[in-house]
Ligand binder design. Sequence first.
Ligand code: SF4
Length: 104
Amino acid sequence: MGDRGWRVSAWPTIRELAAELADDRLDGAACTGRASLFDAEVDGEDDTDRAYRLDAAARICHDCPVLVACNITARELGGQAVGVWAGRARGVPRPHGRPKAGAA
Ligand code: SF4
């Protein structure tokens, strides 16, 4: 994988911390070590790059052995579960220029 300017950090991300706090249900997660791919936002990323990245993350989820447990965990975390969880993007910024659903 080439360098796309994604943030790389030695510090655990919110997702990794949440996974540790949740319990052992997410052991064996396919996203282990790939947290930045699943984050809601990445510095310097435009709407198109975000859409491709989140789609790639969601495809990884489809083969994840803990998909069901991840979905349960995400529901338990509510608004704290941001980024891609269980194949679904949650709490990610809307693309620029796109109105809220239901806006007139
Ligand atoms: S379903 Fe996706 S976000 Fe959840 S643990 Fe698996 S790879 Fe990670």
